[in-house]
Design a protein around this ligand. Structure first.
Ligand code: ZN
Length: 266
């Protein structure tokens, strides 16, 4: 079937490559190149539709920056190298945000920037099998340390998969809220990989990432629990104050009970 370029509606020659955009339209390789992305950015095609392409080319915009603004991240994102995981996840502990990297082993290519509070869940998938989901082993320490007991999870991963099987796909889907897409994929292995060091390292990376996200989830859970208990304390204090008004005869028993009910939301 003939393909027509989403940018200029010209027929795309048989031998010319093309990219499918988010809206299903097809862009010829020549015009894809005009977007000026640096490095491997295949994942970007799923973020752009033909209007975006026209805008970037016609207005001479910087493709990388355009995608960045679409995905809601700033190009000045300052990350903590120590807390980050290679080119997969960059972390800013001060602003409590992460950037999830796309494919690109040598250069970090952010797909999306997301606040800790907007990270919902994740699952690790190896050749179609879900091997880790939110495991709950993470522990938030002092609100800062984000690495958990990695060893424990590595054991879990490698323990389950002792076969001599060749693995062709190992990825993590991170489910988020309030972003252009509901989930972002961190691809760790995408080509046939025999059992060996590369596979072992890939699984270790998967375990690190899952421990990291576990810790963020634990941190968020702890913070929301803290917020609830602060609110409970405030309510209790207010009731005590009305109790002393009652004891001093300033308000009646009825008035006190009404106020108490109100404060407790009964
Ligand atoms: Zn074209």
């Amino acid at each position: 079937m003939a393909r027509y370029c989403a940018y200029d509606n010209e027929k795309i020659g048989m031998m010319v490559g093309s990219v499918t955009l988010a809206d299903g339209s097809v862009l010829c390789n020549k015009h894809w190149d005009r977007l000026g992305f640096s490095g491997f950015t295949g994942a970007y095609s799923s973020l752009l539709n033909k209007h975006d392409v026209a805008k970037i080319i016609d207005e001479g915009l910087d493709g990388d920056r355009y995608v960045a603004s679409l995905s809601g991240f700033d190009t000045t994102f300052e990350y903590d190298k120590q807390a980050s995981i290679g080119n997969y996840i960059h972390v800013s502990p001060t602003t409590k945000q992460i950037q999830i990297g796309g494919a690109g082993l040598f250069k970090f290519k952010p797909q999306v920037q997301v606040g800790y509070k907007n990270i919902v869940s994740y699952h690790v998938v190896e050749d179609g099998d879900q091997i880790i989901a939110k495991s709950g082993v993470g522990r938030a320490i002092g609100g800062g340390l984000l690495f958990g007991p990695v060893g424990a999870i590595v054991g879990g991963v490698t323990g389950k998969k002792k076969s001599k099987k060749i693995v062709t796909d190992l990825h993590i889907d991170v489910v988020v809220s309030d972003r252009p897409k509901n989930s972002y994929t961190i691809s760790i292995i995408s080509t046939q990989t025999k059992p060996g060091l590369v596979l072992t390292n890939a699984r270790t990376t998967a375990a690190q990432i899952s421990a990291f996200i576990d810790n963020i989830l634990a941190l968020q859970e702890q913070e929301s629990t803290d917020t609830v208990s602060v609110a409970q304390n405030e309510t209790a204090n207010e009731i005590r104050q009305f109790k002393s008004l009652l004891d001093d005869g300033i308000i009646t028993e009825e008035e006190f009970n009404a106020k108490k009910k109100e404060l407790l939301g009964l």
